[in-house]
Design a protein around this ligand. Structure first.
Ligand SMILES: [Fe+2]
Length: 352
């Protein structure tokens, strides 16, 4: 039998252990010549691929062990190595798709080393079936996605609870959520962050649940004492949400959405750099939505008036880049009136 790792000296010590090493190795070990023909195939490879070694020795690796769609890439890679010596695959551990005798394919981890044998390059491939590991990884990924979906559904449930007690606030939050997520997208935030903005906005006023019903339902303009009472909703919202270990800063959004970048906001008087971008976005979406909505005690602002308002306050109350993104969004034709109020899912490519 040909040695798996040919030695220049016939009787040196390495030849004693090379053979059992290949015979009993848990990984497949396949030796190939410079033309890509198999010259040795160990028992682990036999088991993995479903071939007896005498059925593959002398055959090309590409014909027997590589799916048809990948054969050309393999042949070109080998040719490229032989001509240029460039080692795209050599010495690295890579994930590949391999093919069994019954033509089924499986994920494998592959490491190839090259050795010179009688002035000809020889390749020794170490190959491991990683089907089980891949399945486990996929299951873990799916589990994480399911947990995230459940957390999202929890937030949506909280939003529906608010709708029962205070339909106005619930509808306002949904409109703010849609606008805020669109601003976050305009700012090129990652999908994960857009989800956080959307979900945080959807319950940013959850703390209003702690307010007496007559303040929430008062038809006219709020009294001064009502306004100072209303201010507690940021902290209350934070207290409700902070104990939940959300992967998004929803509690912080509830706490910070009335902060101003010049420090004149509430409840903490945070300044630029201390306020989360997510809260800055919700803050801008909140004011644009509120101003353009009708109130019993004042007519709705036009969109132009609302945008003029946030631009006037840009850099002192509102974050400049968020104000710019909001303006750009409406210039591109975004319409706050176009929101489907029954739609509770904003399309983030990551989870939904
Ligand atoms: Fe609020």
């Amino acid at each position: 039998m040909e040695p798996f790792a040919p030695s220049n000296q016939k009787n040196d010590a390495s030849s004693v252990w090379q053979h059992p090493l290949a015979e009993f190795a848990p990984d497949g070990i396949i030796t190939m010549d410079a033309k890509g023909r198999i010259i040795a195939f160990n028992p682990a490879a036999e088991k993995m691929f479903g071939y007896r070694s005498d059925r593959v020795i002398g055959c090309r690796v590409s014909e027997k062990l590589i799916p048809a769609a990948l054969q050309t890439a393999h042949t070109n890679g080998l040719a490229n190595f032989l001509v240029t010596g460039q080692k795209k695959m050599i010495g690295r551990r890579v994930e590949v798709t391999a093919m069994r005798a019954d033509q089924s394919v499986f994920a494998a981890e592959l490491a190839v080393v090259s050795v010179n044998h009688r002035r000809e390059p020889l390749f020794i491939a170490y190959i491991r079936d990683i089907t089980g590991r891949k399945k486990l990884e996929k299951e873990r990924e799916q589990y994480a996605v399911n947990i995230k979906k459940t957390l999202m559904q929890t937030i949506l449930a909280a939003s529906r609870i608010i709708a029962i007690r205070d339909p106005y606030t619930a509808s306002h939050q949904r409109r703010v959520a849609h606008l805020a997520a669109a601003i976050a997208r305009e700012l090129n935030c990652a999908d994960e962050r857009i989800d956080g903005v959307y979900l945080g906005a959807l319950i940013h006023d959850i703390g209003k649940i702690a307010l007496p019903h007559d303040i929430l339902s008062r038809p006219g303009k709020l009294l001064d004492e009502d306004v100072s009472y209303l201010k507690i909703h940021c902290r209350k919202g934070y207290e409700i949400l902070a104990p939940v270990n959300f992967p998004w800063p929803v509690a912080e959004i509830a706490l910070q959405h009335h902060e101003h970048v010049d420090g004149t906001g509430y409840p903490l008087g945070l300044r630029d750099g201390e306020i989360l971008l997510e809260a800055c976005i919700v803050s801008v979406a909140d004011v644009v939505e509120s101003l353009t909505a009708h109130r019993p005690y004042r007519p709705a602002f036009s969109l132009e008036e609302a945008l003029a308002f946030i631009r006037k306050r840009s850099g002192d109350w509102y974050d400049r880049q968020t104000v710019e993104a909001c303006g750009a969004l409406f210039e591109k034709g975004y319409s706050i009136d176009a929101i489907d109020m029954d739609e509770l899912t904003f399309m983030s490519s990551f989870v939904w």
